[in-house]
Every structure is written in structure tokens, then in C-alpha cells.
Design a protein around this ligand. Sequence first.
Ligand SMILES: C[S@@+](CC[C@H](N)C(=O)[O-])C[C@H]1O[C@@H](n2cnc3c(N)ncnc32)[C@H](O)[C@@H]1O
Length: 246
Amino acid sequence: MIKKLYDSSYLDTLQVYFDRTKQHSYKLLDPRPGDVLVDIGCGNGDDALVLAQSGATVIGVDHDPLYVAIANAKDKPENISFICSEAHDLPLESGSVDKVHFERVFQHLPDHPAVMKEVARILKPGGQVQITDSDFLSISFFIEDKELERKVVDAIAFTMVPNAYKVRQIPYLLPGFGFKVLSFEVHNYLMDDYAFADYVIRIDGIVKGLVEKGIVSAKEFETWEKHKAGHFKMSFNVLIYNVVKE
Ligand SMILES: C[S@@+](CC[C@H](N)C(=O)[O-])C[C@H]1O[C@@H](n2cnc3c(N)ncnc32)[C@H](O)[C@@H]1O
């Protein structure tokens, strides 16, 4: 049973919110007719559908059968298919793929090396990989109490999404699997609507959980509630790694 932190409508909302980064990432990946492109962790299939407009053969992969069904039910051209599979065990031939795309998937993977090994297997030499992910360790709430901020950020990056902190390790792991990092970009996002930030990151639940565990004191909780009701701002970065198989 897959533990879910979000649903399909959440992915639709973020598809719009992250449009700036997504449009840029499609350009960087530069799919062309003749390319075989795999979108791993494709969710609702919307990135795969855009990438398929290039004429490339696109395979969207997700381990959640519900998302595969949602993606498959969409109006789609013949050069796209969606399959249900785990990222570390893909039903694709070795050396058969030109480009691999991951968007906000690595934060959910318990075993990054296993997936990198599998991606190295399916890619042709010179094949490209694009890994886009939220860097939750970069969250800033612009709050004076730095210790309180650290507690909330760490709970997001280490507990709520237990593998989220590992997205920082990606560039250091990739060379061990025969990949070279071509470029690394940081896109900053700023939220000033608490309700939206809470919808995206589930901050209320995290802070309440920290209070219940005695990690956040009653006084710190009061500080947090005041901050929420004041000039709330939350900034965080989205990272894009563009990589080639040597
Ligand atoms: C945050 S969603 C992002 C979906 C999509 N890439 C997007 O940008 O909207 C992460 C997706 O990765 C899928 N996923 C997580 N772990 C996976 C794994 N080990 N193998 C395949 N898919 C996985 C989830 O089911 C989910 O659809």
C-alpha cells in the first residue's frame, strides 16, 4: 500500500504553481522526434503530455496505479504511453532511452542509488537526465526565532517527507553511476498566503505534531501563531539538475 501525502487535485494545483520552472525544464530537456523519453513519477501525466508534443516517444511511469489510470484516461496522442512500475525496476530494455525526466519524485525515493543505477541501465550513452526537486532544507519563514524555524524546517525535510533532505546529495552521488552534471539551477519561490503554504506543505499539522511531541514549546507555538497571522512569508528553492550519461 502506497502512503500518500497528496492527491491528484494537489498535483493539478502544483502543475500551475510551478509552471515557470516546468516550462523552463521542458526547454532544457529539448525533446525531439526520434527521442525516447521516460517521465519517471509522472503523476497525472501532464508533463509527459507536454513533452510528447515535441514528437518524441514518451513513456510516463508511476508506481501508483491510480495516477497511471488518471493519465491513461486523458486524451493523448499515439506517441505517449503510461505504465505502472517502480522507478528502481523499470520494464525497459537496457540502452533504449534518450532522455529521462523526474519532477518532484526524488524527495519520495527511499533509495536514490538504486534508481540512479536503473536509469544508467536504460539510458543510451550520451543520454540525458533531468532531476527537478523541491529543496525543503532551503525553506525560510523569515521568523526571528531561528531555533523554532529550524525545528519546523527539519520536521518537513526529515520527517514529513523523510527523504527530502537527500535531494542535496544528488550531484555528489551521480558521478558514481557514470553521470556528469551539466548544469545545476536554483529557482526561488515565495509564498505569502498562509492558507496556500499550509495546503502545499501542511505546516499546521507539522507544528501541532511538534507541540504534541514536546519539541515545540507552548511559548514557541504562540510565536508561530503570531507569525502566521502577521506578515507571513515562506521562501524555498526548487533545484534542477541536468545530467548526461558519459
Ligand atoms: C509529487 S508527485 C509529482 C508528479 C509529477 N512528476 C508532477 O510533476 O506533477 C511524485 C510522483 O512520483 C510517484 N512516485 C513516488 N515514488 C515512486 C517510485 N518509487 N516509483 C515510481 N513512481 C514513484 C508518485 O506516485 C507521484 O505520482
